[in-house]
Write a protein that binds this ligand. Structure first.
Ligand code: AMP
Length: 217
């Protein structure tokens, strides 16, 4: 199955993906992670993307679509994919439909995680990530012990775009460019909205049930 996690920055798409991977063995494709990886390797695409990411702007569609297409061609994607942070524009959504169709596949369903912006802002301000494996922490609900990652021992840091001014811009960019995707996927009858103003575990109970129901059909 191909599942899209839709939601504003900080809605917990990454945390939900982590749980889904453990239970269902799907592959997570996060374009944000792919772009940060290209940036850390200082590839030309990564360096260009970094100029947008640091301001909280969207990276141009062509660049992101190409990175996504390459990732989707890897054989591990046959198990099923969780799309996290892609698509973020209607153009990207149309392109994803076309890419999946070429492979004889489709997007099976979209989980739209809805949370109030004030909750998202405080979550993002207290978010920390492992600079080595990307595991996410929260200084209030799930702090790292001694700034070291419990998974790999890497250094736990703040993301460069988790600064208040950049967060506000990311939420505006989300409202302008990504929110229209709710209508887009509603129109295709594959969107399910869930309340994201809950703990990761409580949200995951719904997510797990919804995936299990669909896997049976
Ligand atoms: P994320 O890790 O999903 O929060 O993404 C971090 C940043 O990467 C975003 O603020 C954008 O600058 C860029 N980015 C990630 N995914 C996309 C996408 N699908 N389209 C455009 N830019 C993206």
């Amino acid at each position: 199955m191909n599942i899209l996690l839709l939601g504003a920055p900080g809605s917990g798409k990454g945390s939900q993906s982590e749980q889904i991977l453990k239970d269902f063995g799907y592959v997570q494709i996060s374009t944000g992670d792919l772009l940060r990886d290209s940036l850390s390797r200082k590839t030309p695409d990564g360096l260009l993307a970094g100029e947008y990411m640091v301001k909280g702007e969207l990276v141009p569609d062509d660049l992101v679509i190409e990175i996504l297409r390459e990732r989707l061609n890897r054989p591990d994607c046959l198990k099923g994919v969780i799309f996290d942070g892609f698509p973020r524009t209607v153009i990207q959504a149309e392109k994803l439909d076309a890419i999946l169709e070429e492979k004889g596949e489709k997007l099976d369903f979209v989980l739209n995680i809805e949370s109030p912006f004030n909750v998202l802002i405080s979550r993002l301000l207290s978010r920390r990530v492992c600079s080595s494996c990307g595991k996410t922490y929260n200084m209030i609900s799930n702090p790292p012990s001694g700034n070291k990652c419990s998974q790999c021992g890497g250094e736990v840091i703040s993301r460069a775009d988790d600064r208040e001014d950049v967060i506000k811009n990311r939420l505006e960019v989300y409202t302008q460019n990504t929110l229209p995707l709710v209508r887009y996927f509603e129109g295709k009858n594959i969107l399910i909205s869930i309340n994201g103003d809950r703990t990761v575990q409580d949200i995951y109970k719904d997510v797990k049930r919804l995936i299990e129901e669909r896997e049976k059909n």
